[in-house]
Design a protein around this ligand. Sequence first.
Ligand code: PMP
Length: 306
Amino acid sequence: MKLTPTSDIWMDGKFVAWDEAQVHVLTPSLHYGWGVYEGIRAYPTARGTAVFRLRDHLRRLHDSARVYLMDPGHSVDELTGASVELLRRTGLGAGYLRPLVYLDYGTMGVAPRLDSARVAIAAWPWGSYLGEKAEQEGCRLAVSSWQRNGVHSVPPLAKATGAYVNSALAKVAAVRAGYDDALMLTPGGHVAEASAANVFAVRDGVLFTPPVSDNILPGITRDTVITLARELGHEVREQSLTRSELYVADEAFLTGTAAEIVPVASVDDRPVGAGGCGPVTRRLREAFGDVVHGRTDTHDDWLTYV
Ligand code: PMP
């Protein structure tokens, strides 16, 4: 997806012109992948632009930094203010925010100096992540031969830049094989997640999604969907799933900030249910759309108005 530049990027407390937001090529984060980041969406509402679950994302950024022994040097409150100010400056009515904590240039080696953490926040317009067709008709997934990073290798709970070579290997292979995304499994064969989205199955009106212990990033959209589904009267179970349980689900869908809620049309060429967007997925997509666009005040606390 091509980046559309905006006017400014926030770097360590200052706004810098987009083209001048540079880092040195020898920053250890580039060489060893030691950095953490977030992906956040802002939506148009009747009361202006609103950022969805901004504080929850920034809290996860702090959690990820903690796992990687970095101090972002800016509190969640400060980063909230910076994000809002960035959206005002760039004039984006809707879009994607990308906070990044990385290491400054100056030392080299696989045990980098960790007291040089820097923070940047960028924002840009971002449309549908898996494409309009996948959004309407469902995406085609294939189980990847690449296993999902595990708790003993690269902790999936932290959103680390370097961890995404794992996702990228799986996604690139899936796309080259003609699928929309990869479904990644744990070493034990449980379904973990897609390359950058969590997965849900629906059977007999009950929602199933892998637990945090099955090597997933605990998604904020996943948490949103669990909340909304329960409000709609569905039972939701966080439990391990095998790939075959997805084959025989009535419906399946992916959740993520970039992806939002995307129906799964097929897994390994087996159509899931009727193959398109099922009724439970549709109802959740509508409920999600109402919340992020501020059309209901039941979850107004999830919106930070710009
Ligand atoms: N899993 C992975 C690996 C991801 O990169 C993402 C996107 N952040 C998700 C799940 C979904 O998380 P969220 O809903 O918080 O965006």
